[in-house]
Design a protein around this ligand. Structure first.
Ligand SMILES: NC(=O)c1ccc[n+]([C@@H]2O[C@H](COP(=O)([O-])OP(=O)(O)OC[C@H]3O[C@@H](n4cnc5c(N)ncnc54)[C@H](OP(=O)(O)O)[C@@H]3O)[C@@H](O)[C@H]2O)c1
Length: 320
């Protein structure tokens, strides 16, 4: 496997990120078709999951696909669906000379069969972990029967999420809030607790220019009934029934604690503003912890950056 293969696969992985949150319940896949060192086709999974990345890239490549190399972040599908042909057949019919795949498809309808049908496919194991990352929601559904869950918290330096009066708008600045909107655009469903719905009446839509159409579904965690326009989530575990790959929990403390107690949080987004607010509502309540030792080793820092004057720390749940 050459350095060029790894580089082109990097481009396909970047394209895969474009569909995240839009392709549920299908994974978001990226595809780049390269001929004589030049990209002749690019594709990513379209909203609703079809057409697939390979079909889009092949349309762009046209006749230039013949003899070219296709880089795909997930093994091309082997099954024909009422919504489209099998991508392994499409690539074969277009005369693609070689197919480089970052990750095998865990879906039993394809698992290994897409690559076998192609006959000219190779796996680029070195980028499999990154590919899995771009499809973590889809993989979570297949492996654990539930979507991937991100918990977002915006706190002061001393860990408050609101004044004791309940006022929480705004703790963080515009760049951190814009980043939060980008996270919304990359998710299928946003959840808030009933307390937050009543305190803040949040819209939970995406207000970034050009991405307004990517606003996700909204749900309220409540043992009661959600108002019109909102889905009711009767318990954190009920996310398993939502036909989405990614869920974003936006608080407040009750909802955040409920998801953590159920060990349903895979990723934490901690936006921390350089302010002290003293007596305040804490970010979390009881999360079912008996011993401090049990709190250690659960979270791994995956990213840390400044957004204006706020700091974003991204943590991933360490699971065996
Ligand atoms: N800074 C931030 O990042 C941020 C983000 C969001 C909110 N906030 C602030 O947080 C405050 C609200 O927090 P909060 O803790 O009072 O309310 P909350 O977490 O928004 O909502 C609590 C409600 O969630 C439901 N709930 C909790 N656990 C549940 C479970 N296991 N199963 C089913 N339903 C469950 C219950 O609703 P029912 O009683 O209806 O059953 C509970 O009353 C507000 O001041 C808001 O401004 C801050």
């Amino acid at each position: 496997m050459s350095a060029d293969d790894a580089r082109w696969m990097g481009a396909a992985l970047t394209l895969a990120g474009r569909g995240r949150g839009q392709t549920d319940p299908n994974p978001s896949v990226g595809c780049v078709i390269v001929r004589d060192g030049r990209v002749v086709g690019r594709g990513w999974t379209q909203p609703g999951g079809r057409p697939h990345a390979e079909a889009m890239a092949l349309i762009e490549a046209g006749a230039a696909a013949k003899g070219a190399t296709a880089y795909v972040t997930l093994e091309p599908c082997a099954h024909v669906s009422p919504r489209g042909p099998a991508c392994a057949d499409l690539l074969g019919a277009a005369g693609i000379g070689r197919v480089v795949i970052a990750h095998i498809d865990p879906d039993p309808r394809t698992h290994g069969q897409g690559a076998a049908r192609l006959g000219n496919a190779v796996f680029l194991d070195g980028r499999a972990a990154e590919a899995a990352h771009t499809m973590e929601g889809f993989f979570s559904r297949l492996a654990r029967g539930r979507p991937h869950v991100t918990l977002k918290l915006a706190t002061s330096l001393d860990g408050g999420i609101a004044l004791t009066s309940g006022e929480s708008q705004w703790i963080t600045g515009p760049r951190a809030r814009a980043h939060g909107h980008l996270e919304r655009a990359r998710t299928g469903l946003i959840v808030v607790g009933r307390g937050t719905l009543e305190a803040d009446a949040p819209r939970l839509d995406v207000r970034l220019p050009g991405l307004e159409a990517r606003s996700p579904l909204r749900a309220v965690l409540t043992r009661g009934a959600a108002p019109d326009g909102w889905l009711t989530l009767p318990s954190p575990g009920a996310i398993a029934r939502a036909a989405v790959d990614h869920v974003l929990v936006e608080g407040g403390a009750g909802a955040a604690s409920a998801f953590l107690s159920a060990d349903l949080v895979d990723r934490l987004l901690l936006y921390r503003a350089p302010i002290l607010i003293g007596a305040a509502r804490p970010a979390l309540g009881d999360i079912g912890l008996d011993h401090l030792a049990d709190a250690h080793g659960r979270w791994r820092l995956a990213d840390s950056r400044l957004l204006g004057s706020d700091r974003l720390d991204v943590y991933e749940r360490v699971r065996d």
